[in-house]
Write a protein that binds this ligand. Structure first.
Ligand SMILES: *[C@@H]1O[C@H](CO)[C@@H](O)[C@H](O)[C@H]1NC(C)=O
Ligand SMILES: *[C@@H]1O[C@H](CO)[C@@H](O)[C@H](O)[C@H]1NC(C)=O
Ligand SMILES: *[C@@H]1O[C@H](CO)[C@@H](O)[C@H](O)[C@H]1NC(C)=O
Ligand SMILES: [Zn+2]
Length: 441
């Protein structure tokens, strides 16, 4: 009897505890994350990176073999959802992603390798006040889009191309601080109101190609690959025309600026100042669909969400040491021809991570005021092995620390080559039309 009883309980328990397909308010979201952490303490950590205007915690669940702190050689990845509080699908998808990852951490070899090789940060809601303000499902945008001070958080970051006069909000500041604290390499930011994967730049100037209706970063090929990874692993995004007759996106991807220009966006901020490649995922034509559709959203996105995380292992990673074997922070490590406006530098452990597609590259490690070391390297397809190629630099003659990182508040884009000739000026017109036809997403 007793044994049968506990067997029944054991069988029932997971069923009772399985995360339901419904919307979870801030309180339910917090208790779900606490429960996940209590049940899986060795592979999870739970943090709040700050508070919203109304004082709600900005929760982040971290998954990894060493969830509590950064480990040298293990790249940091993040997903952020619901920065527009009325765009709700991503919020629930990330809760289901957490549920899926912890539940399959031992049994599914792909999940196990992901967790062993990557530190994954998941923030289901960057704008919990906006979510609470958007009380009913509604496909159009509503006041829940904004934070409690009425600010659009995806227009609230410092901007490299224009000065942004918006007052930095607590939610934005929390993300800015978080980017300083962790060595993030890859990220995606989940939205709703369209079905497309959009990549940097969202803003630009003639040097980045805006006169041709596209704002091209030096890593355009990588961004296209990242966006394609998501759209081609999604049930229908790759078809490119899933939201009635609004915009048509070939392959389900778009350059952010080519769709419509935004200033103060989070994606450009991550890439320019955070040394983190971020794309923007628009995951539902309807911003706040009925809960009855959440299960099918999960089915449509599950493979794409996991495949995208793997891309954190593209390219090259390693450390820079001095002659005494001491790690050197603030060394600029860039691939030739892909120098970033705000140069990417090694962290406090002397580590660098550069996302690169398979191919041959010349890396250049520069210790400001000391010297440079160039090195040609053949880059394999890292995600296949859940690891970027590893290469360490050693500066033989020095044991001094390079100067601290400095980054212009208003970077200039003068070093850019002429933009791609493949884009016809007509695109600019098209982009303008699309802006006129788009309710903000
Ligand atoms: C959108 O598509 C519908 C059905 O295909 C069509 O009737 C309607 O005119 C279209 N609207 C616009 C603005 O193109
Ligand atoms: C490496 O960077 C330094 C500093 O920007 C530059 O002077 C040098 O020419 C670069 N070397 C190569 C091989 O690109
Ligand atoms: C994967 O790792 C194995 C063993 O370290 C190595 O032989 C192989 O070349 C790697 N493949 C890629 C694509 O990096
Ligand atoms: Zn949005």
């Amino acid at each position: 009897m007793r044994e049968a009883g506990s067997l029944c309980l054991a069988l029932l328990f997971p069923l009772l505890r399985a995360l339901d397909f419904g919307y979870h308010d801030s309180e339910q979201l917090g208790s779900f994350l606490r429960e996940v952490h209590e049940r899986h303490p060795s592979i999870t950590a739970l943090r709040s990176i700050g508070r919203s205007v109304a004082g709600r915690e900005l929760w982040v669940l971290i998954l990894g073999k060493f969830p509590n702190q950064h480990t040298i050689g293990i790249p940091e990845f993040k997903y952020i959802a619901n920065m527009h509080g009325d765009e709700t699908v991503g919020r629930e998808l990330l809760l289901h992603l957490i549920d899926f990852l912890v539940t399959n951490a031992e049994s599914d070899p792909v999940v196990k390798r992901l967790i062993d090789s990557t530190r994954i940060h998941i923030m289901p809601s960057m704008n919990p006040d906006g979510f609470e303000a958007a009380t009913v499902p509604d496909c159009q945008y509503s006041k829940g889009r904004f934070n409690m001070n009425g600010e659009d958080l995806n227009r609230n970051f410092p901007d490299a191309f224009n000065s942004n006069n918006a007052i930095v909000q607590p939610e934005t500041q929390a993300v800015i601080n978080w980017l300083k604290d962790e060595t993030f390499v890859l990220s995606a930011n989940l939205h709703g109101g369209a079905l497309v994967a959009s990549y940097a730049f969202d803003n630009g100037n003639p040097d980045t190609g805006t006169l041709e209706g596209y704002s091209k970063s030096p890593d355009d090929d990588i961004f296209k690959h990242l966006a394609m990874t998501y759209s081609s692993n999604h049930a229908s995004m790759y078809k490119g025309n899933q939201c009635g007759n609004s915009s048509v996106f070939p392959d389900g991807i778009t350059n952010g600026y080519a769709w419509y220009q935004i200033q103060g966006g989070m994606q450009d901020y991550n890439y320019i100042w955070g040394q983190c490649f971020e794309i923007t995922l628009e995951l539902s034509c309807c911003k706040y669909p009925p809960a009855s559709q959440l299960q099918s959203f999960w089915n449509d996105n599950k493979a794409a969400l996991t495949e995208y995380i793997k891309q954190v292992h593209l390219g090259i990673k390693g450390q820079v040491f001095d002659q005494n074997g001491q790690p050197m922070p603030n060394v600029i490590v860039e691939a030739k021809g892909r120098e970033h406006v705000c140069p990417y530098r090694t962290n406090q452990q002397g580590e660098y991570y550069l996302l690169l597609l398979p191919g041959t590259y010349v890396l250049n490690a520069t210790a400001p005021g000391v010297g440079s070391i160039p090195k040609a390297l053949q880059v394999p397809n890292g995600p296949e092995n859940y690891s970027a190629l590893k290469y360490d630099f050693i500066f033989p003659d020095v044991s001094i620390t390079p100067r601290d990182a400095s980054c212009p508040t208003k970077p200039l884009y003068q070093s850019f080559q002429s933009p791609s000739a493949a884009l016809k000026p007509a695109l600019h017109f098209l982009a303008l039309m699309i802006v006129l036809c788009t309710v903000f997403t």
